[in-house]
Every structure is written in C-alpha cells, then in structure tokens.
Design a protein around this ligand. Structure first.
Ligand code: SF4
Ligand code: SF4
Length: 392
C-alpha cells in the first residue's frame, strides 16, 4: 500500500499511455494521465476488427479493453484536453499543466463524438451556439482541461504519432476525389459500417487498390523510415474485404512488403494467392466517370506502361513524428532522433532518456503496431517501477 504515495505522470492517452497507466496502477501507483485531445484512445481506438473466419491479431480490440480498464480504475486520474506547460526538477518533477487548445479539425460542427462508447464523456461541445441538439451527458470543452501544478516521482511520455497528411502528395488528389481514402479512413469506415463502402455512394467497392508507402520511405519528403505497420494493416484490411466479397478484385502497389506478427509467412502466402501484387508505386490518380479513379504504373515484369481503373483507392499513409515532439523535447529536455521521434539513450532499454525518471513509450519513440506499442509501454512501466524502487 506504500506505493500509493508514489505518483507518476503519463503524458498521452493513446494505447501506449493507457497501457503504461494500467500497468502502474496494478502496483497501487497513483497515476495522473493527461491527454491533449478530448478523448482517450488515440489512433488505436479508431481501428476496426479485421477478423475473417479467424482473428487476424491486429490488436484493435486490446485498445477497447485497455480503455475500459483505465476509465474504471480509480487509481488513475485522467485529465482530458490538458498538456504540459513546464517541468522543474525536484526530488522528482514539479509539472505545470494547462488546458490544451482545441484542434482546428475538431471544431467543425460544434460537437464532437468519441470513437468508442467506452469513452467518458462521449460528446464534447466545442460551440454551444452551433449545436441544435445537445445529447445527454455532453460536456463543454472548457470544462475539461486542467490548470495547475502537480508533483510526481516519474514521467512516461507516450504522446504518440501523427499520420502522414496524404494531402502533401498532391498528385493523388486526396481530399479532392471522394473515393481516395487513407488507411485510417478505411479503419473508420469499417468501424462505422461493419464493412468497406465508397464514400461517394456508400456502395461496396468491387475493384480496389492499395498504394503502400505513402509518406514513408520517401526521399523527396525526407521521411526515410519504414512505418512498419501499414503493410500488415493494409493486407489484413484487404483480406477482410475479400472474405466478405470473394469476387472483389484487389491490387496492392508496393515497394517491399513489411510483414509482422504471428504466422506472418503463412499470412503473406494467402495474400499472394488472393491479391494482385504490383511492385511499383503509381505517382498520380485521375478522376473518372462514376467517381472511379484511373492510374498508370509500370509493369514490374517488362517495364511497359499500364493503365487501370479502380472503384476506390486506399493510400497506406505512414507514421510520422507527433506534431508536438519538438516542443515536448524542449519542455522536457530530452532529445529527438534524426527523424524527429524521441531518442532512447540505451539500446537495451528503449524506454530510457537522458533525464533521470523520464521514460518514453510507444510510437513517440518510433513506428510501432498496437501490440508492439503495448509491449513497449509495459516495459516503460517496469522501468518506472525499478526507478521508484517498487518490486514488480
Ligand atoms: S485482434 Fe483484431 S482481428 Fe482479432 S479479434 Fe481483436 S480486433 Fe478482431
Ligand atoms: S510498412 Fe509497408 S507500406 Fe508502410 S512504410 Fe513499410 S514498406 Fe511501406
């Protein structure tokens, strides 16, 4: 019970932050979890189940489970719409917290809804005047944030990543043509409908292309890293589409297939039987009648130019460093690596930083899948317990 005197700040309420908070709470550590947005769950809570006739081990259900664990755990104090303003070293750290600003894209309709029914609150009002119908239990944005100072014994930074903005690859026409979506859009579409539909007409697409490595492994953008997750996510999504509609015609444009997870080789063999794999990345997409998309690419066998038309195109956007990484690095006094993710200082402990008592967890350190983020966050929690002298 003595551990209750120990306090740990977890920054970020995505899958890594939730996991770290939950793991620490099991040891009666008093956890303060701050999340900059209005809801817990981060990107992972927006993902759908990809099961076919078997579980495809995507990890999306773990996010839901972890969210439930955290919101029902009295030992974890959650502050939404809150971020770090300043930290000062004392025996541990004195941290000044402030209410975060509402992201521009969340102010559109005067009210925003959480992705999961397990979120509390479920609705946040951003502009009362723009809301004609306010649901029960909705909370105003200004009531959410926390301002004040707290003293903590350690900090875990788990502020996550930013998905690559597909609009930066202007030749694909993302945002201009309705049936060009990102991998994250696909997750949300499936989560909402139970299957994939075209945004233009809500009908199931018959001919679909996935374009891999959008915003990753791209010298022109300076994003040289492999985002690791977009191949397995796209292939699982494609298998789900094919399972529902065996006649669906699916093409994967790729450079290399990054495979991960259990039974990866067996899984990839199945994919090769079911999809057309083209080792070439098309550079542009053009709109066609019926909201279809036309593209050109080079045949990977003889180099000849080929044209093809799809009902829907999914851009497998990569993982990029969080938009606050620079400012967080200055506030916390810990370094970023050459790509802009947080650098770990010890290869054997990839949660370590230059600052005593500050640890990193999840994609803030580099691209990771949901299960890998959870494993990294559990390791960070373990390192915090060691740091606090609590036997784990
Ligand atoms: S791991 Fe993924 S595919 Fe398996 S049950 Fe969970 S959400 Fe569905
Ligand atoms: S995981 Fe696949 S799509 Fe993503 S960057 Fe790596 S190779 Fe490209």
């Amino acid at each position: 019970m003595g551990n209750m005197n120990k306090r740990v700040l977890v920054v970020g309420g995505g899958i890594a932050g939730l996991t770290a908070a939950w793991e620490l709470s099991k040891f009666n550590i008093n956890v303060i979890l701050v999340e900059k947005t209005c809801f817990l769950g981060g990107h992972a809570i927006q993902f759908c189940c990809k099961a076919t006739d078997e579980c495809l081990t995507c990890g999306a259900c773990s996010a839901e489970e972890m969210l439930q664990n955290v919101v029902n755990e009295p030992g974890i104090q959650v502050h939404l719409a809150t971020e770090i303003k300043q930290i000062t070293k004392n025996d541990g750290y004195s941290v000044s917290l402030k209410q975060s600003a509402l992201p521009d894209d969340q102010n559109a309709k005067g009210i925003i809804k959480a992705f999961s029914k397990n979120n509390s609150p479920l609705y946040v009002i951003t502009d009362k005047n723009a809301c004609s119908n306010i649901p029960e239990g909705a909370v105003e944005f200004n009531e959410l944030g926390f301002e004040g100072n707290i003293d903590v014994d350690a900090i875990i930074l788990a502020s996550g990543f930013k998905t690559f903005d597909a609009g930066e690859k202007g030749t694909y026409g993302y945002g201009k043509f309705k049936n060009i979506v990102t991998g994250l859009d696909l997750e949300r579409i499936k989560r909402e409908n139970g299957f994939i539909v075209r945004p233009s007409d809500n009908k199931e697409p018959q001919k679909i292309a996935f374009i891999q490595c959008v915003g990753s492994r791209d010298e022109n953008l300076g994003n040289l890293w492999c985002s690791q997750v977009c191949c397995p996510y796209a292939l699982r999504m494609a298998r789900g589409i094919k399972f529902r509609n065996p006649d669906a015609d699916i093409t994967i444009f790729y450079m290399d297939i990054q495979n991960a997870g259990k039974n990866a080789f067996h899984f990839y063999d199945k994919c090769k039987e079911e999809f057309n794999f083209i080792r070439n990345i098309p550079v542009d997409l053009y709109p066609m009648e019926g909201d279809k998309l036309r593209t050109r690419y080079l045949n990977d066998e003889d180099g000849s130019a080929v044209e093809d038309v799809f009902d829907m195109v999914a851009l497998s956007v990569g993982i990029t460093p969080g938009s606050d990484n620079k400012i967080l690095s200055e506030t916390l006094g810990i370094d970023l690596d050459i790509d802009g993710f947080f650098a770990c200082t010890d290869k054997l402990n990839r949660t370590s930083t230059l600052k005593d008592g500050i640890f990193i967890a999840g994609t803030v350190q580099g691209p990771k899948s949901i299960p890998a983020s959870m494993a990294h966050a559990s390791q960070a929690a373990g390192e915090v317990l060691k740091h606090l002298g609590v036997s784990g």
